[in-house]
Structure formats: C-alpha cells, structure tokens
Design a protein around this ligand. Sequence first.
Ligand SMILES: Nc1nc2c(ncn2[C@@H]2O[C@H](COP(=O)(O)OP(=O)(O)OP(=O)(O)O)[C@@H](O)[C@H]2O)c(=O)[nH]1
Length: 400
Amino acid sequence: MDLNDFLPYLIGIPVLAAGAAAAVGVRRRRPGGPTPPPADGAPSGTAVADRPSGPSPVAPDVLDRPAPGVDDLVVPEDLAAPALETPEPTAGRLRRLRERLARSGSPLGTRLLGVLSRDHLTEDDWDELEETLLLADVGAGPTDELIAALRTRVRVDGLRDGEQARAVLREQLLALVDPSLDRSLATTPTTGEDGTRVPAVVLVVGVNGTGKTTTVGKLARVLVADGSSVVLGAADTFRAAAADQLQTWGSRVGVPTVRSDRDGADPAAVAFDAVRTGVADGADVVLVDTAGRLQNKAGLMDELGKITRVITRTAPLSEVLLVLDATTGQNGLNQARVFGEVAGVTGIVLTKLDGTAKGGIVVAVQRELGVPVKLIGLGEGPDDLAPFDPEAFVDGLLQA
Ligand SMILES: Nc1nc2c(ncn2[C@@H]2O[C@H](COP(=O)(O)OP(=O)(O)OP(=O)(O)O)[C@@H](O)[C@H]2O)c(=O)[nH]1
C-alpha cells in the first residue's frame, strides 16, 4: 500500500466505516461470564477482546504459559464497545502538518531563509547557517552537505532575490530528506505455501514513552479507514495499562485486541496468539505493540528476538516500525541506533513533531539508520498520524 494513496478515504469513509464494523464486529464478554474454551481445549494465556466469535488460536507448548483464569478473558466495563468512530481522511492531516510547523515558532526553513536572503553572504553568515542546522538536529554530515551545496549554488548562480533563495533552499532540503526513498507500508496480506491467507504483520518497537501504543492505535484507524481488517496484539506486557490503552483504541474502530491480563506475561506468547488470531480471522494486518524497555542491548535483543522468532513461525514480518520521539534529539538517535542494530527496522515513525521546531531530526535519523521515515505523529488526537510526505514537510518548514 502506498501511504500517499490514503487520500481516497475522502470518497469511501462512510462505506468503509460501516464495512469495517460489519467485518470485524464487536463482541463483548461480560465480567464473570463463561470463558470460551480454545478450539482443542489446550491452555492459552491470552484472550481476544472485542472479537467476533470463532475458535481461539492456541499457542505452542513451548511458550509454557499457565491456563487462563476467568479474569484473563474479561473485558472491563469501561473498555467495552463504544460507538464506532469514523477516522479522519489523511488529506487534511498533511495540511495540518504545515499549520503546526508554522505555529511552532520559528521553523528551521524560515531561519535559514532569513540568512540566505541577505545581500552579501559573509563567512559569519555561513557559520550562522551551519549553527542553525546543527541546532535543528540535522546532524553534522547532512549539515556539511547542505552548506557545501548552497555555497556552490550561490557561487555559480548567485542569489538574486528572496524567491530564488527560497527555491534553492527548497531544492536542497528536499534532496536531504530524499524523496526517492520508498515510504509505503507493507500491509498487504500474502498467501502461504498451503494456500492460506497470511496477514501482514507489523511489529512496533521503541523506547518507552515515545508513543508506540498511541501510534499502533492511530495506525489501526488509518488501516480501517483504508478498508483493511486489523487485529491488535498487546505485547507490551510490562506496563499494566498498555493493553487497556490499546484495546480502547481498537474498540473505537471495531478492531479486536489480543492481550493477556497477567502482569509480566510473555510478550512473545501474546504476539504469537495475535498473529494466529489474525490468520484465523482472515485479517489483513496484525499490529503488534511491544514494551519499550532498554535496560541493555542484550536484554532487548533477547526479547525482540524471541518475539520475532515466534511470530515468524506463522507469518513473515512485513514491517518493523521504530517509534522515535522527535523532541529527544541526539538521545533519540542513540536509541535509534540500538534498535536499528537489534530489530531489523524497516521504517521510522517520528512522533511529537508538533512539539518541536527542530524538523532536522527527520534527516538525521534517516541517515543514522538508513531507513525512511514513513509516518509522523502530529499530536495526541486519534487522527494525528500522517504518512510522511517529503515535499509537504519541506514546504511546511519553509512557509513564512
Ligand atoms: N504531542 C504529541 N504527543 C504524542 C504523540 N504521540 C504520542 N504522544 C503522547 O505520548 C505519550 C506516550 O505515548 P504512549 O503511546 O503511551 O507511549 P509508549 O511508547 O507506548 O509508552 P510505553 O507503553 O511506556 O512503552 C502519550 O501521552 C501520548 O498521547 C504525538 O505525535 N504528539
């Protein structure tokens, strides 16, 4: 799916929302009510909340989980079946990116333009440009490249006026952001060797607090609006409230959540059951949220490695999205490096871009990991997630 093709929501939203509700359905389990047995009676430590009736998938013995208690299979009252919402089209979201960048004080592009529009650029002016880029988290390498390219353009063509300065800066910033990178999300189901339909599996990783759970919830809305059927896996079993949070996101758009209510349950077991549920339900996409613990690289590698191994017994991983908080600058880059090494990241979600005028992190993180920014978070609202569009982003930076 090409993210930039989300725009057709505009036409299909009422139909798609109704279709999604019908296709996914919401079945509420009552507290204290009977626990549906797994298909073959084997124990399963996870439960599927807000899911249409059907057999529960069963995890392999190797995962060694305890049998469920009734409490494991109960949807709390306050999380049950709210009215289904209609996600907002992404077309408006790109416009909002520009508005938010403009509101964020003095965007990077405006400050650069202020210097470039001066009559005769002195060495002090070039130093100011360099400092501005570094302070905006563009990173040393890309900053040097941009300065060198601008110097060449100024030397060869001269900069006659502000308009020309803007055009040159736009061209050079765009080159840094790299419009040639493939930013589409792999969310198309495939067919297994035995002819079964295999959902696309998207694993979402990142340090705690960066916005993983929120991003999974927002992405589920985007996919539902696009006509896909989705299953969520709450494999963040470290933070007790994360599964509730995810389930709330899912239930608002009729998407079931596979979860365990046991604190500290094995995240790989939840991920496994989520994927099996996706297969059993004939879902298009399974989105798996993970915990963001970064105690040490070995621990992270163990946990993510196990989750990946267990998932890929049933379905290949289509995407590993790394969620990064745009306001954390260099710190975020250090985290990105570790996750990049252990998790085989295929795309970056840059959250909280609404909270920073330092758009340069987009460039730095792409360079650091060698993978594209695919989605950006623009706020805490349910539809504040947009496909990353290099041109809209650079135009947002450059507007007055
Ligand atoms: N302003 C803003 N806030 C965001 C954005 N994305 C997420 N947040 C907020 O960031 C906070 C943390 O988000 P979570 O989704 O709980 O983060 P997490 O990475 O799942 O955290 P853990 O479960 O602890 O690992 C919440 O208050 C979100 O509303 C964004 O794009 N902009």
